[in-house]
Design a protein around this ligand. Structure first.
Ligand SMILES: O=C(O)CCC(=O)C(=O)O
Length: 206
């Protein structure tokens, strides 16, 4: 993690997004290192494709994922309970560096693998009770450039952010209460992308 992973260096954040809720560093990890980590995780993680309930029907999620963390960091969303897989050394080391750099206590990471531009994630907020009231979420992107959308819940204003290989987006404060986010399909994207969202889970709030 480079020194510029610190949230105070935030000059790449779109002007309409509040710095009290978001920070964005496009090159928190070097490009070569980020691409190498992308290939390593893509080729070695035991990917899963769970189904979730949408309007009464079960659908396989349109991406692969793996939930990883400390033993006591079980997580629930879309009426599913996810028990954490044990840390792999690279991601454990990364969460320790993030905890030091940001003063956080991340104990879990949701790893999403978008195999190509048809893999995506719909609109949602990370507002499950076990994340607490004002969660800090550190999102690292590896691999293909993808568009990330943020929608202000009151005004409806949508802001696009191009998440680069090696970037770090931090969402904090009232961000999950005020905004929804999504990763839309991009049919022309042929390369894969992995996103790591580091979180602090308090399973006693489940
Ligand atoms: O892939 C991304 O950048 C978005 C991931 C996301 O929305 C989430 O993990 O909640």
């Amino acid at each position: 993690m480079r020194a510029n992973a610190h949230p105070q260096n935030n000059d790449q954040l779109p002007a309409n997004l509040p710095a009290s809720m978001f920070s964005y560093q496009p090159r928190a990890l070097g490009g070569v290192k980020a691409q190498r980590l992308f290939c390593h995780l893509r080729d070695t993680l035991p990917w899963q494709q769970p189904s979730i309930l949408v309007y009464g029907k079960w659908h396989a999620i349109p991406r692969l994922q793996l939930y990883m963390g400390d033993a006591d960091s079980a997580y629930e969303y879309s009426q599913q309970r996810f028990e954490p897989a044990p840390w792999v050394p690279e991601l454990d080391a990364m969460r320790q560096r993030l905890n030091l750099a940001l003063g956080c206590h991340f104990n879990a990471v949701l790893v999403n693998y978008y195999r190509h531009g048809l893999d995506c994630m719909g609109w949602h907020s990370d507002d499950e009770p076990e994340l607490g009231l004002e969660p800090v979420i550190a999102s690292i992107s590896l691999g293909a450039l993808r568009k990330f959308k943020l929608r202000h819940k009151e005004s409806g204003e949508v802001t696009d952010l191009a998440l680069t290989n090696g970037s770090l987006l931090i969402m904090k404060g009232q961000s999950q209460r005020c905004y929804a986010h999504s990763l839309p399909k991009q049919r022309k994207v042929t390369q894969g992308r992995i996103n790591l969202t580091f979180r602090h889970i308090d399973s006693s709030l489940l």
